[in-house]
Write a protein that binds this ligand. Structure first.
Ligand SMILES: Cc1ncc(COP(=O)(O)O)c(C=O)c1O
Length: 384
């Protein structure tokens, strides 16, 4: 019997499945609070839309260079200079179809079949699923609450003692926790990765969305680090599918050849929107202020809900909470919350297959009224 290739036998991205179910219920007329979705409640900034409106009818919007439009690559180089004080040549920047597309290019450019890439659990599930689909492997370290559920140099040494590692993948702020690595921690990870001969990949997609200290780029810890980022989160442009990679000089040729053959070009219209978005700092900062209020409201509600924070929520728009007081099975807890309280949340097993049954991820990238409603619904439901 015909069946899909074994490389396609990857686990589903449960957050997307929950989103589909919550979306279907909402479409059928149910009132659902969406604490599940990992995307802002608002769309692209006005300046992005204006840029697109101006381009429609004026431009043919054909392919751009495989690595992206020169204007956007230049603008991102300026972004690195202005935001972080780091010089990045535009030639080292590759535009991709979201951070997701950037990961595919990075993994293919860096690793051969069978490569082993170190990362922490809990972590963003597609990291390991993309690697599997590409015939590579995730080497997963169980991160501890004491380490804010982040990867440490000790983890790297332990993983490498079992079998050589070919790469190291970290995220700061991380999904599902929002926890950030300090600059010193990034330096230590970069040093250990270098000693083990493994390139460091840092997912910086949640940069801009921090509520205390600003995030610094891993390029400061390791100028050869591979940076993955995107317009999806800070600029609220998930559906536009535009992200980018920063790679060292010696990799850009490989990334370009892969991009030429895999995608020809990133979406042109989205790159025009992204250029506009880079001018929209005021609007994005106003949105961040709303996220900060939502975060504060949810954090204040946690004791009333009987949830405890599993790691500090420094950034992104998530809280990873321990639901041990209510359930030892986060998936059925989330299913019941959706059916009985009309609140969609993401089960922790998506992010950590062994310990995630105790955790639930709450996304607060919603309108403040919806956040307040969600808190009230959960409070009533959990008290019943
Ligand atoms: C940590 C992390 N990396 C990457 C992505 C993928 O983002 P994009 O929409 O840019 O493909 C996400 C999306 O939720 C994410 O949370």
């Amino acid at each position: 019997m015909e069946r899909p290739a074994s490389r396609a036998a990857i686990a589903p991205f449960l957050a997307m499945e929950m989103a589909r179910e919550a979306g279907a219920r909402a479409a059928a007329g149910e009132s659902i609070v969406r604490f599940d979705v990992g995307q802002p409640w608002v769309g692209a900034p006005a300046k992005a839309i204006e840029a697109v409106r101006a381009a429609l009818g004026r431009e043919t919007l054909g392919y751009t260079d495989a690595l992206g439009s020169p204007a956007l690559r230049e603008a991102l180089a300026t972004h690195y200079r202005e935001r972080y004080g780091v010089e990045v040549a535009p030639a080292r920047i590759a535009i991709a179809t979201g951070a997701s597309g950037a990961f595919i290019l990075a993994f293919l450019a860096l690793f051969d079949t069978g490569a082993r890439v170190a990362m922490a659990a809990p972590g963003y599930p597609p990291y390991r699923h993309i690697l599997t689909a590409l015939g590579m492997r995730a080497a997963i370290a169980e991160a501890s609450v004491a380490d804010r559920l982040q990867l440490t140099p000790d983890h790297l040494r332990e993983l490498a003692a079992k079998e050589a590692i070919d790469g190291v993948l970290v995220a700061s702020p991380a999904n599902p926790t929002g926890a950030m690595l300090t600059p010193a921690e990034k330096h230590a990870l970069a040093e250990t990765a270098r000693a083990l001969g493994a390139p460091l990949i840092c997912d910086e997609i949640y940069h801009g969305l921090t509520y205390g200290a600003d995030a610094t780029t891993a390029l400061k810890a390791d100028p050869d680090a591979i940076i993955v980022s995107s317009f999806s989160k800070y600029w609220a442009m998930t559906g536009w599918r535009v992200g980018w990679l920063v790679v060292p000089d010696h990799l850009i040729g490989a990334v370009e050849r892969l991009a030429q053959n895999l995608t020809v070009s990133p979406p042109h219209v989205s790159q025009i929107a992204a250029l506009g978005a880079l001018q929209a700092t005021d609007e994005c900062e106003a949105r961040r202020a709303i996220l900060a209020e939502n975060r504060a409201a949810l954090l204040a509600a946690l004791p009333r809900l009987g949830f405890t924070l599993a790691a500090p929520a420094d950034g992104a728009f998530y809280l990873l909470v321990d639901i041990g007081a209510h359930s030892a099975d986060s998936l059925s807890f989330c299913r019941r919350a959706l059916a009985e309280a009309g609140v969609a949340m993401t089960a922790g097993i998506d992010f950590d297959e062994t310990r995630g049954h105790r955790w639930v991820r709450l996304s607060y990238a919603r309108d403040p009224a919806e956040v307040a409603d969600g808190i009230a619904r959960l409070e009533r439901w959990l008290a019943r």
